[in-house]
Design a protein around this ligand. Structure first.
Ligand code: SF4
Length: 224
């Protein structure tokens, strides 16, 4: 993929997002703790369900300090209904870690430093760096991997570790230049994966990046 294709893809994607994105509460904040809570909840849980639990959880534990001081039982209770309780356990462990020994509870901005925290993988580190700190960092989850595969590397299989590493490389190459634009770009990639280029169907006919997408260009040729 050359630099102009990457720029074109990102520009189209961001323009579409500005007009069509859903207004979700975690897109209205840059608070790292709140972003982290949303990212962990959104792993393996649908947006509609997270929308119910997210405000309730934050009412109960509005800061990382409130969460750190809570008992495991209370954290579990607040997470009840979201499933995959290991996520809550990891979040609680992280809250205790960053507030221990007089720690001020802040989360680091660099993806490498975020990854060193309990329960934070490569995707979550990139998401917090980008969505809370507006860092120029890639964040590749299942949805993003699917979009990038279809758009730039249809022969790759995101389930194969080696191919996933290559997709992270592609994700880095298509990032826009600034952190602010990266915030929009990463949100837009996820939104495209949720609404247009879904696991079930690729709606190429309605896709804003079709002209810059390998799979989309095939679709156009076939449908003309
Ligand atoms: S053109 Fe089709 S395959 Fe490409 S990103 Fe859009 S929906 Fe997905």
């Amino acid at each position: 993929m050359d630099a102009s294709t990457a720029r074109d893809f990102s520009r189209r994607l961001r323009a579409w997002f500005r007009r069509h994105h859903r207004d979700l509460p975690w897109r209205r904040t840059r608070d790292p703790y709140r972003i982290l809570v949303s990212e962990l909840m959104l792993q393996q849980t649908q947006v509609s369900r997270v929308l119910e639990f997210y405000p309730r959880f934050l009412d109960r534990f509005p800061t990382v300090h409130h969460l750190a001081q809570a008992s495991p039982g209370h954290v579990r209770e607040a997470w009840e209904g979201l499933g995959y309780y290991a996520r809550a356990r990891n979040l609680h462990a992280l809250a205790r870690h960053v507030t221990r020994d007089g720690g001020d509870g802040s989360l680091p901005a660099h993806p490498d430093a975020l990854r060193a925290l309990p329960g934070i993988g490569a995707y979550t580190a990139g998401a917090v760096a980008s969505f809370a700190y507006e860092r120029r960092a890639a964040a590749v989850d299942t949805n993003v991997a699917r979009v990038l595969t279809r758009a730039f590397a249809p022969r790759l299989d995101p389930k194969r570790p080696r191919d996933l590493t290559r997709l992270w490389g592609i994700a880095e190459r298509v990032l826009p230049r600034t952190g602010t634009a990266t915030w929009v770009h990463n949100q837009a990639l996820m939104e495209l994966g949720a609404l247009v280029c879904t696991a079930r169907v690729a709606r190429c006919g309605a896709c804003p990046v079709r002209a810059a997408c390998k799979t989309g260009r095939t679709f156009r040729r076939n449908s003309e």
